[in-house]
Ligand binder design. Structure first.
Ligand code: FES
Length: 105
């Protein structure tokens, strides 16, 4: 059972946007693509830079692209979809409770 942490109001995360939060010492990026919410580790597994400063790729399989070397990570699974990264990002459950977005740790 995850420990749910409130991070922001639902209205404060526009569609097709990313926002970084620090939760229990971990940097986590919250992402909205259309009506779907995702939360993944903010740190690229290849070179320890912030993915929330990268590019969000929307569409059928939403991904985040690292700005430094171009690895892309599937937001649903955290798996890299291209090199150079080979290690998956950790993913977190997300929910909305009374207009507040919560991330499960
Ligand atoms: S630091 Fe992210 S792909 Fe290299």
């Amino acid at each position: 059972m995850p420990e749910w942490r409130p991070v922001c109001a639902d209205r404060d995360l526009p569609a097709d946007s990313m926002q970084r939060f620090t939760l229990a010492g971990d940097e986590i990026t919250l992402i909205r693509v259309g009506d779907e919410l995702y939360a993944v580790d903010d740190t690229c597994t290849h070179g320890a830079v912030s993915l929330s400063e990268g590019e969000l790729i929307t569409g059928e399989r939403p991904r985040v692209e690292c700005w430094l070397h171009g690895s892309e990570f599937d937001l649903s699974t955290g798996q890299p979809t291209c090199l150079p990264a080979t290690v998956a990002l950790r993913t977190y459950p997300v929910r909305i409770v009374e207009d507040t977005i919560e991330i499960g740790l």
